[in-house]
Design a protein around this ligand. Sequence first.
Ligand code: 5GP
Length: 191
Amino acid sequence: MQELNEKIRKFGTVLPGNVLKVDAFLNHQVDPELMFHVGQEFAKRFADKGITKIWTVESSGIAPAVMTGLAMKVPVIFARKHKSLTLNNNMYVADVYSYTKKTTNRISISKKYVAPDDKILMIDDFLANGQAVEGMLEIADQAGVAVAGAGIVIEKSFQPGGKELRDRGIRVESLARIKSLADNQIEFEED
Ligand code: 5GP
């Protein structure tokens, strides 16, 4: 997505550990117009797939997820993140390890907002090692709901998450694909 790639080129900075900082438009300050276009693009790519709900993980996935829900006219659920959570019968839970933060979070979705005939589109800001998407897939599995795929704003394709998910037959649509962040240079797949 040209508009997104331009924003990344203009505002993105590289932090140690292959982390791309995009606080100017996605992870702290949010550019609503760009997010609106991101939502429209995901809606176009997953049109006619019978999506009934969007799932994401708080907090950085919420902006693109809400815009996708707006474009597709379906509700958006953000899984809550907890450092620890006692098991609760009203929640589906999964553990997600964050390589960026080196911590494990338990994510949860209330059973109240899951219907047996749901078809889920997962949205997230970044795809790196794929743990966040795996966590949502685990919850979908527990709930017995169908998953149409994952919409990712920025995929770091030099990390294994995208390949692993696609190898398992999960449809992954990424709007920007970063090939390398080596030497503090942002290199895109299509460059
Ligand atoms: P994964 O679970 O795929 O390893 O990582 C996904 C999550 O880690 C994203 O939701 C995002 O919050 C965070 N993340 C991973 N890599 C980056 C990065 O390069 N930049 C930023 N800002 N967040 C990242």
